[in-house]
Ligand binder design. Structure first.
Ligand code: ACO
Length: 435
């Protein structure tokens, strides 16, 4: 962070003008450091939704929304998706650089050592209804990990932070698969550590103790790619939540549970599930024939209907992850011979119509990664309600890397936003009989 310029803020109400330092990052817009503003002027800034506010300094992930660029530690997502697997990507996000072969082997070994969860945790699941949303189960179970792994909760100890990071990355697939198996009334599958991270997860999801599970390479590669593409995305809502929760000194399992809760919403990680539900709805209304009617409804401001899987707060030209996921989507549909499945045909038609429609073109609303990842996951046989859990599984490494970065800052402070108060001013409470 270097300072070369200053910005001057002047006021019309007689408050003396103030100078603020302007910092340059390695890339991206300059930032005006307004931390001393309240002290100097008695005024706050107002930026709900953080449209113009950098909430932290970070070295992990960079997005250029106009260029459609996503870099993890400087490496373009297009190169990582083709040349690396998910665990290499995890190593990169946590450590700052890609592993060499020995480092990769060591990291994989550490993750594999932690894939099982405490046997007592299996009883936790019995407390949930079988028809609970798996994200509800996941929020609870990940938070509960802090009740089982006390030996790595000293957040000031880098070794503890590392062990917690490894535990979270290793145990998430096991927990997500358990949430699914519980909903199906099937036995939990223990992890099998001779499989890759993605293949192991697929076996825990779809295997049963009755027969051998043989992973399909194309599907395993597709899942691994979903994990890479969702591994981090700088200061989005869930990551900011993890940082905010962590800023109070909360333990990493509790912070990640908070991130999972935030991810659940349909404007964030719930979008791929919402997208599939939308496709089903169009299908029920009559399929491809009814797309025009649905798009008309989306464009009507009074309908509050959105085209799920389209648009992004940051990517205003295209989502680079969507391009990669689109490729994977076609690979998977080909592998499974599903190109003519009515729902997939509907999705492809919707994509084409929306890409040509003025409403979407003018607002720069392109399919985002979730549009395609929902389709890929459905083709793999993932139930719709598991989509967001898989996103949470992938994003855990990003959350924990960002959390670790924050905790290691020497002048880290608790996050405490201010407000513009527009409610009632001070007034007296009347006795109940006089109200
Ligand atoms: N369908 C229809 N219209 C849309 C959509 C959409 N999906 N997204 C935005 N618009 C319209 C808005 O109505 C608005 O129109 P107006 O200018 O006429 O009022 C304009 O486009 C700008 O929309 P904003 O809401 O200001 O855009 P913002 O950047 O705040 O929202 C968001 C981004 C939340 C992702 C939005 O596009 C959306 O709701 N998309 C659908 C949900 C989705 O797919 N989310 C996944 C995000 S990716 C991820 O989390 C991995």
């Amino acid at each position: 962070m270097t300072t070369q310029q200053k910005a001057t803020l002047s006021f019309e109400d007689g408050t003396p003008s103030v100078d603020f330092p302007v910092y340059k990052g390695t890339v991206g817009p300059d930032v005006v450091d307004i931390r001393k503003m309240y002290g100097a002027t008695g005024k706050f800034t107002f930026d709900p939704g953080f449209l113009s506010t950098a909430s932290c300094e970070s070295k992990i992930t960079y997005i250029d929304g106009d260029k459609g660029e996503l870099l993890y530690r400087g490496y373009p997502i297009e190169q990582l998706a083709v040349n690396c697997d998910y665990l290499e990507t995890c190593y990169l996000l946590l450590n700052g650089d890609l592993p060499n072969p020995a480092q990769k082997k060591d990291f994989e070994g550490r993750v594999l050592k932690h894939t099982m969860i405490h046997e007592q945790m299996t009883r936790f699941f019995q407390g949930f209804r079988r028809d609970a949303h798996p994200m509800a189960v996941l929020v609870g179970c990940v938070g509960a990990l802090s009740a089982f792994y006390h030996d790595s909760l000293d957040i000031q100890n880098p070794e503890h932070r590392f062990v917690s990071a490894i535990r979270l990355i290793a145990k998430m697939p096991t927990l997500v698969a358990m949430a699914y198996k519980y909903s199906q009334g099937q036995p939990f599958m223990y992890p099998q550590n001779n499989l890759s991270y993605a293949a192991n997860f697929m076996r825990m999801m779809f295997g049963t103790p009755c027969e051998e599970y043989v992973p399909n390479d194309v599907l395993v590669r597709a899942l691994d790619r979903i994990l890479i593409l969702h591994a981090d995305h700088e200061q989005n809502a869930s990551t900011s939540t993890v940082r905010l929760a962590g800023s109070s000194g909360a333990n990493p399992f509790a912070c990640i549970a908070a991130g999972i809760a935030t991810l659940w919403g349909p404007a964030h990680g719930g979008a791929n599930e919402a997208c599939l539900l939308m496709l089903n709805e169009i299908q029920e209304r009559g399929g491809v024939e009814k797309i025009g009617e649905f798009v008309k409804e989306v464009k009507d401001k009074n309908s509050h209907t959105r085209l799920m899987g389209f648009g992004h707060r940051v990517y205003k030209n295209y989502d680079p992850r969507a391009k990669l996921m689109r490729e994977t989507c076609h690979e998977v549909l080909n592998e499974l011979g599903l190109h003519n499945d009515p729902l997939f045909a509907l999705a492809m038609k919707l994509e084409q119509i929306a890409l040509e429609d003025d409403y979407f073109v003018q607002r720069k609303l392109y399919p985002n990664v979730d549009f395609y990842s929902g389709i890929v996951q459905r083709a793999m046989g993932m139930p719709t309600e598991m989509f967001t859990c898989i996103f949470a599984l992938a994003r855990t490494v990003g959350w924990i890397a960002q959390w670790g970065e924050m905790i290691s800052e020497p002048d880290q402070k608790i996050g405490r936003p201010r407000q513009l108060f527009t409610g009632a001013t001070r007034r007296d409470v009347k006795p109940i009989g006089n109200r």
